[in-house]
Ligand binder design. Structure first.
Ligand SMILES: [Zn+2]
Length: 296
């Protein structure tokens, strides 16, 4: 497939309302895209979902669990546009959730810089002076790490992170007071229960690595598909390290449905990765995403 290389700022928003506008623009440009709402954030912002195709193979893509990894949203939006422009609609049904953490994106990008939610986050950040604010913020707006929220060895994640000092709302690494306590993680869990993907991809940054296992094991075929993805993108394929093998979305999809799920850590550098990295990240990400869609 060809790649979109003309990245203009209108197509690459840096705030949640811009992402929503871009989803609507995609729907306008390509009316066969179906647009839905996965849910709403703590602040009531829409978490959009886009659907493409009617094939039997169901593939779910989500981006930006983590606030300061919002560039992954822009990668996914560009991928959807590239797919549609190339008319590449094969034997799959794809579900895209380009921005799971809209409040978080807005706080990191500066779109949200006042008001009670911002003030509370800034106060939380003061307790963690070693984490820059807002650039080091990964959590949702009330200080829960959305990728530590899923009921797949959640207690273990909670214990490990609490031992590291994160046992209350924090810029990162707080697992919440119970699994799926947050509207954002709950929205994605519910969507996943309804969509029942054959493969799920969760986009994060950074590290140029793909994780494919949970609790030291992986579903049948997961490694083989992961190897193809890694080869296509020039990324490493690795077993998830034991300390981060719990309560993530990928972990839950593997544990709950027994299907392949991957965390892809896009790009290299310090989060938030600069928009100047977008094109080079997309060039390596698109072939990997395409392999998950096609399944070969
Ligand atoms: Zn992440």
């Amino acid at each position: 497939m060809a790649f979109e290389t003309n990245f203009d700022s209108k197509k690459n928003p840096n705030c949640s309302s811009g992402v929503l506008a871009q989803c609507r623009a995609l729907k306008t440009d390509f009316p066969y895209l179906r647009m839905g709402v996965a849910g709403y954030s703590v602040m009531g912002k829409c978490i959009p979902a886009l659907y493409l195709g009617n094939g039997e193979r169901r593939v779910l893509f989500c981006a930006a669990h983590h606030a300061n990894e919002w560039l992954t949203s822009i990668v996914l939006l560009n991928y959807i546009r590239s797919l549609c422009e190339n008319g590449d609609i094969g034997g799959y049904t794809a579900c895209f959730v380009p921005l799971l953490n809209p409040d978080g994106m807005d706080i990191v990008s500066g779109a949200l810089c006042s008001g009670p939610y911002f003030e509370e986050a800034a106060e939380t950040a003061l307790r963690y002076p070693h984490i820059p604010f807002p650039s080091g913020w990964k959590a949702n707006i009330r200080g829960v790490d959305l990728n530590l929220q899923y009921p797949a060895r959640w207690e273990k994640a909670k214990m490990i992170k609490a031992a590291g000092g994160y046992n209350s709302p924090s810029p990162r690494d707080f697992a919440g007071f119970c699994p799926l306590s947050e509207p954002e993680s709950r929205a994605l869990a519910e969507l996943t229960e309804n969509f029942l993907p054959h493969v799920a991809i969760s986009l994060h940054s950074q590290g140029e690595v793909i994780y494919y296992s949970h609790a030291g094991a992986a579903p049948e075929g997961a490694r083989q598909l992961g190897e193809k993805m890694a080869a296509a993108g020039g990324y490493q394929l690795e077993i998830t390290p034991a300390e981060s093998d719990n309560a993530g979305y990928k972990d839950w999809v593997i544990a709950r449905f027994g299907v392949s799920a991957y965390t892809i850590e896009l790009g290299l550098g310090e989060n938030p990765l600069p928009i100047s990295e977008l094109e080079s990240i997309c060039r390596r990400a698109f072939p990997m995403l395409q392999i998950t869609l096609d399944g070969v």
